[in-house]
Design a protein around this ligand. Structure first.
Ligand code: PLP
Length: 394
């Protein structure tokens, strides 16, 4: 039996999802899913693929047309010096991209430095590949960035890679050009791989998204992963991709891709072609709307629960990662292992408001709560109204 899997945790997000099913008319601010629908170009391309019976086996790494479009997108938009479409492979979403990277890259016992707090599947995927995640804190007072000396101090003889995620889930922090340059220099000096998770590349409210593989000399040692989930509202369709220059690593990842998926769903890949060939306007539209929702949510929180939650609006991604006032005490009847779990249980059971406890994202996330503000405006205002009632007079 794969006994080691017993020590690979499931994310608490699954426990919360189950809790939410017992709530009538819930506000689903726990899920990292957008309320938008996939653009018409995606749906039309998938319809066409079904009508044309594109339902047969495909190339393991992806449809050639899709790989060509992705290589071009990575060159033009991300400024990554992609040599040919062979550098790219498509996956069943970003989570599967990270899976094949970890399985293809890591030897048992290899350490990977991960941010804390961080999207739980990052550590989970490293553990699943018999690797060891080494947390390095992100600090609220640094705009949810690293203390880079501390990051350097986490590197040891077993470190194989640094995993970064900018914009970050759950904090919304965006690494600066200087941060990325220093992290790149560390990777070169210490001969490390850089795994760059760019799931939220299109959700940056201030400044611009930078791909570290575009930095001088970094494409050789950077494995970048992307997804259609957030950019094109394709969360359930499951389409992501990896780009890496190293051919030996790609061969290993291709084996993992083959044995875990054979090929990625044909109709979905045609949807991806539709997304890339069509207008990119929906991406800007989503971002503009997300910015309005961010501001609506933060204004609402200040008004409804400013004495309970604090934090600055994030620069990227679509989560409010809010500090819980340490003075807050759970009412009688709410017994939980930590303050962030107590607040989560309180908001779900008494206010129908879904959220995720900060501690689920790592030890340094304790004392915080994550809300997703990519839900539609009605759901956000409903949650805020409920919060106002819960915390009035508290
Ligand atoms: N990376 C990060 C940081 C995420 O937050 C997510 C999804 O929430 C993903 C990757 C993967 O997304 P998907 O598997 O839906 O493509």
């Amino acid at each position: 039996m794969g006994v080691y899997l017993d020590s690979v945790p499931f994310s608490g997000i699954i426990r919360i999802r189950d809790m939410m099913y017992s709530v009538k008319d819930p506000f689903r601010l726990d899920q990292g899913d957008v309320s938008f629908d996939a653009p018409a170009t995606v749906k039309q391309a998938m319809h066409r693929a079904i009508d044309e019976n594109r339902s047969h086996y495909l190339q393991t790494t992806g449809l050639p047309r899709l790989l060509d479009l992705l290589a071009e997108k990575l060159r033009q938009k991300n400024h990554i010096p992609v040599g040919s479409a062979e550098d790219v492979m498509v996956t069943t979403g970003g989570i599967h991209a990270l899976y094949i990277i970890c399985q293809g890259l890591l030897e048992p016992g290899d350490e990977v430095i991960v941010p804390d707090p961080e999207w739980p599947p990052a550590a989970g995927n490293i553990l699943s590949a018999h690797g060891v995640p080494v947390p390095c804190p992100l600090y609220e007072h640094l705009g949810w960035g690293y203390d880079l000396d501390e990051l350097a101090s986490r590197i040891g003889p077993k470190t194989r890679a640094i995993y970064i995620n900018s914009p970050n889930n759950p904090t919304g922090g965006v690494l600066t050009r200087e941060d990325l340059a220093r992290i790149g220099a560390l990777c070169r000096e210490r001969n490390l791989w850089l795994i760059s998770d760019e799931a939220y590349e299109d959700v940056v409210f201030e400044g611009e998204h930078l791909s570290p593989a575009s930095f001088e000399g970094m494409y050789d040692r950077t494995i970048s992963l992307f997804t259609f989930s957030k950019s094109y509202a394709m969360t359930g369709l499951r389409l992501g991709y990896v780009v890496a220059k190293d051919a030996a690593l790609r061969d290993r990842m291709k084996k993992v891709l083959f044995y875990s998926a054979s090929n990625i769903a044909s109709v979905v890949q045609f949807g991806g072609i539709g997304a890339l060939e069509g207008s990119q306007e929906p991406i800007d539209g989503f971002r503009k709307e997300l910015r309005c929702r961010r501001d609506l949510f933060y204004d609402g929180i200040r008004d409804a629960a400013g004495h309970v939650f604090s934090g600055d609006p994030p620069k990227g991604a679509f989560y409010a990662f809010l500090r819980i006032n340490p003075e807050w005490k759970a009412p009688a009847g709410i017994a939980a292992a930590s303050q962030s779990w107590a607040m989560t249980e309180f908001l779900i059971s008494k206010g129908r408001i879904g959220c995720v406890p900060g501690v689920d994202f790592g030890r340094y996330g304790e004392g915080y709560l994550r809300f997703c503000f990519a839900r539609d405006r009605k759901e956000l205002t409903g949650a805020l109204d409920s919060m106002r009632v819960l915390f009035s007079g508290a």
